[in-house]
Design a protein around this ligand. Sequence first.
Ligand code: HEM
Length: 234
Amino acid sequence: MSSETQVRTPYPQRNLLKIMWLVVAWSVVALASLEFLSIAYQKYTQLNAGSYGMFWTRREWLWTHIGGGALTVLLGALQFLPQVRRNWPRVHRWIGRTFLLAMLIACVGAVGLILTSPAPDAIRTAFGATALAWLVTAFLGYRAIRRGKVDVHRRWMIGCYLVTLAPITFRALIRIPGMMELASPMVMIPTLLWLSWAAPLLVYGLGVSLVRGMQAQHGPSGRMLRSDPGVESA
Ligand code: HEM
C-alpha cells in the first residue's frame, strides 16, 4: 500500500462504521418513504369522494402536489448515490433540474391546498412555513452550485431533502406512542408540522458544525494537526 493511500485511510474501521451507519439510515428513510408513497397511491388512485375525503373538491391541487412531491422524494434519493455524482455528472445535473421543477410544481399544489384548506390558521401557517423552507433551501443550494461552491451546495441540498421528507417525518412523529396525547390535536398537529422539518435541519446543522469543528482541530483524517502542539505532545 502506498504512503498516499495510508494517509487517506488511516482508520479503515471508522470508514466501515460510517458506511454501515449510512446504509442503515438510508434504508430506514427509503422504507418510510416507500410506505408513505404507497399509502398515498392506494388512497388516491380510487377516484371517489370516500377515498379523497376533504380533498375531493380540491383534488386538482392534490394531484399537482402529490405528482411533484412524489418525484422529489424519489429523485432526491438518487442524488445521494456517490457513483452517479462521480461517474455521470451530467445525469446528476439533469436529475437536479428535474427535482427543482418537480418541487416548484409540488409547491404550486401546496399553495392551492393551503388557500383552499378548511384547517385552522396555525396548521395552514405551519404548511406555509414548510413550503418556504423548501424553496429557500433549494434556492441556496442552487445558487451555491452556480457559484461553484460544491460543499455549500451539498449541505443546502441535504437540508432541502430533509425538508422534502417532512411529510414522512411528520407521519413518523405522530405514530410515536403517546405523542398525540401530549396536547390537543389543534396544538400537536401544527407543532409537529413545524418540527418535522425544523428538527432535522437543526440536528443536521449542529452535526455539520460539530464535524467541522473537529476537523479544524484534528484534520479531516481524524489525526491531530501539527499546529496543535499542546494536545499532540500529551
Ligand atoms: C415539503 C413541503 C410540503 C408542503 C409545504 C406540503 C403541503 C401540503 C398541504 C398544505 C397539504 C394539504 C393538507 C390539508 O389541506 O390539510 C398536503 C397534503 C399532502 N401532501 Fe404535502 N407538502 C409537502 C411535501 C410533500 C411531499 C414531498 C409529498 C410526497 C408525495 C407530499 C404528499 C402529500 C400527500 C400524499 C398529501 C395528502 C395527505 C393525506 O393523504 O392525508 N407532500 N401537503
